[in-house]
Design a protein around this ligand. Structure first.
Ligand code: BGP
Length: 503
């Protein structure tokens, strides 16, 4: 849809930036904090780039006041951060660590004093190690009980101060990478376990959303989902069907449960046939249906392109030597990769990628916003969007033009989506300062603020404003008008308006 004039951003639009505890706080064993699964996982040789850890990270624990002063200078309206569960409950449940709790009390108070809305993520992947060891982590319903108790405690503590809550960050990513691909803790390769852990997180999510609404009707709560829309490689109907399958498998599988309280039918039926569906108890349905988020958080980096699966795609089956005559082998393949009969990934010839192979696709952002809103009709907060680059500090300056261009294009597409009719109420760039990239160390930088540190904990940890810092400050000051060539009808001069009318 082409719009000659774009709608303005709503007046209360939450211009923000995001972070996560493990990636920025450091102070990994300070003031009584208990270890998390990430503190242990990063010590397994070969798991993270050059063995990088979040032990010091960018020292947000000690420097948050300096960072908040920079946020204030920038004019930031909202700051999304996560609470490290084991900093507050070192064992995940039971004893409270007062000092850890007070750190977040101070952080929230300083944000509010500076006119910045705190947006609290309850879980950004750093499960208390004690719960992993005691219960087997998310494979146990006891971990869900502990999570709901932890969330309820924070709700009571920060009622009246915190309005925006995020339950789980990218449930699709941490269950997939953790239980299926062994790239995140707990480092398993078992599709069944992924499904089971995921189901238990779903229960924890629904119970937490319900509890939040019971405790304070002014709370606004929802999950942050890692959303990537699926494109068909071309108009071949087989590929179009593959894209439907990919959306169902990669997106609806989570989002339907959050909003509708049930798993999407096609994927569930497929997994049941294979004996891979999660173990759903009768009482679980009422729990899932008994909660509805107030908004959906979208983390958007890129989507994906797919084509018909190898079994139905003659071109692909020629390239891959497939033995479809052996039912046992097929069942084994399917247990590992049930999507094999649904779709096959493909390279998108229209898109360029970053140095880390992430496609750059601003239009896909509009597609994502449209699709998510279309299916769920809930307000959307973009809880992450940004680009990782190897920024260079030269004479105190960082000219991150690629970031500015990336964000400019994405914000333009977001404004088009708003003009289309999508209700977007906030946007958090990833990230405010540079911070740790889970698997890629410290040289993949995302921030508006450069932090002087290297992979080996060398560097002053001093902060430097990048060019994008000043650019985003302008975006916020103008409520999104500064970057966008298109203007709204309200902004036209009388003369220009007459010309439009005469045409
Ligand atoms: C998201 C995570 C963030 C952040 C971001 C960038 O999936 O929610 O925590 O890490 O991706 O990813 P990376 O650091 O791998 O480049």
């Amino acid at each position: 849809m082409y719009h000659k004039f774009l709608d303005k951003f709503p007046p209360q639009f939450l211009w923000g930036a995001a972070s996560a505890a493990y990636q920025c706080e450091g102070a990994a064993a300070e003031d009584g904090k208990g270890p998390s699964v990430w503190d242990a996982f990063c010590r397994i040789p070969g798991k993270t780039r050059n063995g990088t850890t979040g032990d010091t990270a960018v020292d947000f624990y000690h420097r948050f006041e300096e960072d908040i002063a920079l946020m204030k200078e920038m004019g930031l309206k909202a700051f999304r951060f996560s609470v490290s569960w084991s900093r507050v409950f070192p064992e995940g449940e039971g004893n409270i660590n007062r000092k850890g709790l007070e750190f977040y009390d101070h952080l929230i108070d300083r944000l509010l004093e500076n006119g910045i809305e705190p947006m609290v993520t309850l879980y950004h992947w750093d499960l208390p190690l004690a719960l992993q060891e005691k219960y087997g982590g998310w494979l146990s319903r006891k971990t869900a009980d502990a999570f709901v108790a932890y969330a309820g405690f924070l709700f009571a503590r920060w009622r009246g101060k915190v309005r925006w809550w995020i339950t789980f960050n990218e449930q699709n990513v941490f269950t997939g990478l953790g239980y299926r691909f062994a790239a995140h803790p707990p480092g398993e390769k078992d599709f069944r376990h992924m499904m089971q852990a995921n189901h238990i997180v779903n229960l924890a999510n629904a119970r937490t959303v319900r509890l939040a609404h019971q405790m304070d009707p002014t709370f606004r709560i929802g999950p942050s989902f890692g959303y990537g829309p699926s494109y068909p490689l071309n108009a071949d109907p087989g590929n179009v069907l593959a894209a439907l399958n990919a959306d169902a498998f990669n997106n609806d599988w989570w989002l339907d449960v959050y909003v509708k309280g049930r798993y999407p039918r096609f994927v569930l039926k497929h997994l049941e046939r294979l004996g891979l569906a999660p173990d759903i108890r009768e009482e679980d349905y009422a729990i899932l249906e008994g909660a509805r988020p107030d908004f959906l958080g979208m983390n958007y980096y890129h989507g994906g392109t797919v084509q018909a699966n190898v079994f139905e795609n003659p071109q692909l089956s020629k390239q891959k030597t497939l033995d479809t005559t052996d039912p046992y082998q097929m069942q084994a393949d399917m247990e590992e990769s049930p999507e094999k009969v649904m779709f096959e990934t493909a390279r998108n010839p229209y898109l360029e990628s970053t140095e880390w192979g992430w496609e750059i696709d601003p239009k896909g952002f509009r597609v994502a916003l449209r699709k998510m809103y279309d299916r769920y009709e809930l307000p959307i907060i973009v809880t992450e969007n940004g680009i990782g680059t190897m920024d260079v500090l030269e004479n105190g300056k960082i000219h991150d033009t690629q970031r500015i261009e990336y964000l400019r294009q994405h914000l333009l597409e977001m404004r088009k989506a708003i003009t289309d009719g999508v209700e977007v109420i906030g946007y958090c760039a990833w990230s405010f300062t540079d911070l740790l990239s889970w698997l890629n160390g410290y040289r993949k930088r995302y921030g508006f603020v450069y932090v002087d540190r290297d992979e080996q904990d060398g560097g002053t940890l001093n902060r430097y404003r990048k060019d994008s810092f000043h650019w985003y400050a302008d975006v916020i000051r103008s409520n999104g008008n500064s970057i966008l060539p298109e203007r709204t009808i309200d902004e036209l001069t009388e003369q220009e308006w007459k010309q439009v009318c005469q045409k």
